[in-house]
Design a protein around this ligand. Sequence first.
Ligand code: FES
Length: 118
Amino acid sequence: MEYVRVARSGQVPDGYVRRFFAGELEIAVARLRGKPYATSNYCTHLDCLLSSGKLVDEGIGCSCHGSVFDLETGEPVCPPATEPIRTYPVREEDGEIFVGVTEQDVAEGGPRRRKAGR
Ligand code: FES
């Protein structure tokens, strides 16, 4: 695993979530109570973008049907989602945000939208 720079700290203000890329890997980067978090960007319910969602006290909320995921573990804490989202380790240094990813994540894109019909 290596830490890849994905954003400047100022691009993710407290209480916001935004979408960034590390190679092919799409990541939602959020900041809650001052701490940055990185997760996959697709809700495990029906694939809505979590970067379009909203942060709540318990974690990141999907704007489509209200699922909420814990930002540390990725576990759903509020239905309808039942599967966890992927989470990535984050470091913040010198005003930049780095996300820990594998070469495979960067090359293949990690969790993404399911194909229609599956
Ligand atoms: S797609 Fe996220 S709650 Fe339904």
